[in-house]
Design a protein around this ligand. Structure first.
Ligand code: ZN
Length: 360
């Protein structure tokens, strides 16, 4: 589906409006009229805010996916392990219920993966149900009954998304997937002077890969040239490589040319966040801060952060809307400094992680 934004009209807009209204978002006087006007844009922005997405009022691939997933309630469809996996708020609700009852359904990502299936079968065994791993009516009824009996005992520890992760001491032997954002027809954001995000992320990704390989890492790039990638391809590359770490690279953009500096993001959805992702974002941020302004680290529900199984962070080292930062963005010395900050942050994370382990 093409990106939808202010001024668009047609059946796709009608679909979006219907879904937004179904989620309780106000469409004002315009209503469901198939025209993407100011009220629709406001509703899209509110939805993006609520779901931890980039709040830009544009309905791109990630927002569209969230909007579709938001429409599923537990019980709407049979859930089981399949490829591609079921994704949606119904899966998320299932995970939350299972986790609250102490069955480890993994990170609350809303993706029905092998962790969820294991927890479902575990629950079925406990409840005396057939062990088919299918979440249908009998399993849901039982789940609700147990939940009622257990109510008041909530607050059990939610399993860490990076469960089982053993910190290593150094970069040697680590598998790192670098994901240069955008590519091909999707240029990402473009500075007033014509610098495209897809080129900045590719140059930075390539140089970072070289430096990491020199440190003894196994490195995969999701793209090595100017090419478009489908929504899930990036995370699938990371998962196929069994990535220990995923570095997703983007640039920032703001209406104000004054906005500047780096920012790092880790996976967060509602109350759930990746502890290790947050730490790694902090260490990379610490290194970026040595070379210029750094805004901070933030929890976000971005596609790659959610879907990748390794410790994933998204790094936006600069604003292409800031003339000064945009001018420097493709300069080799700037690329070099940023690549070194990424590698240094990863090394810091690994060194501290092993210290912590040694101290306990
Ligand atoms: Zn981007």
């Amino acid at each position: 589906m093409r990106n939808l934004s202010r001024g668009d009209r047609g059946k796709e807009v009608l679909d979006v409006q219907t879904r937004l209204r179904g989620r309780g978002f106000e469409l004002g006087r315009e209503g469901v009229d198939g025209f993407f006007g100011p009220s629709t844009e406001l509703a899209v922005r509110s939805f993006q805010q609520e779901r931890g997405l980039v709040v830009d009022g544009v309905l791109g691939a990630n927002s569209w996916r969230e909007l579709v997933e938001a429409g599923y309630e537990l019980g709407d469809r049979l859930l089981y392990l399949r490829e591609p996996p079921f994704r949606g708020d119904d899966v998320l609700a299932l995970q939350v219920k299972l986790n609250l009852l102490g069955f480890n359904a993994g990170a609350e990502r809303g993706v029905h993966d092998a962790d969820v299936e294991r927890a479902v079968i575990d629950f079925q065994r406990n409840a005396g149900l057939p062990l088919d791993g299918i979440v249908g009516e009998s399993t849901l009824v039982k789940l609700e009954a147990v939940r009622k009996a257990e109510s008041g005992r909530e607050g059990k520890k939610i399993p860490e998304r990076d469960g089982g992760f053993v910190p290593a001491r150094s970069l040697v032997g680590q598998t790192v997937v670098i994901d240069p954002g955008h590519g091909g027809a999707d240029a990402g954001c473009v500075s007033a002077g014509g610098v495209a995000e897809k080129d900045v992320t590719l140059a930075l990704g390539r140089r970072t890969a070289e430096l990491l390989r020199a440190e003894g890492c196994r490195v995969h790039l999701t793209r090595e040239r100017d090419q478009a990638l489908a929504l899930y391809t990036r995370a699938e590359t990371a998962n196929a490589a069994s990535a220990d770490f995923v570095l997703s690279l983007h640039c920032n953009f703001n209406e104000s040319p004054e906005a500047r500096g780096g920012a790092c993001y880790y996976f967060q959805r509602g109350h759930y966040y990746s502890e290790h992702g947050r730490r790694l974002a902090g260490y990379i941020g610490g290194r970026l801060a040595r070379g210029g302004p750094f805004i901070g680290r933030f929890g976000r529900n971005y596609g790659v952060l959610r879907e990748a199984r390794g410790i994933a962070v998204q790094v936006e080292p600069l604003f292409l809307s800031c003339p000064e930062e945009a001018r420097a963005a493709m300069r080799p010395d700037r690329t070099e400094a940023l690549a070194r900050a990424l590698v240094g942050g990863l090394a810091d994370y690994l060194a501290r992680a092993s210290q912590r382990e040694g101290a306990s």
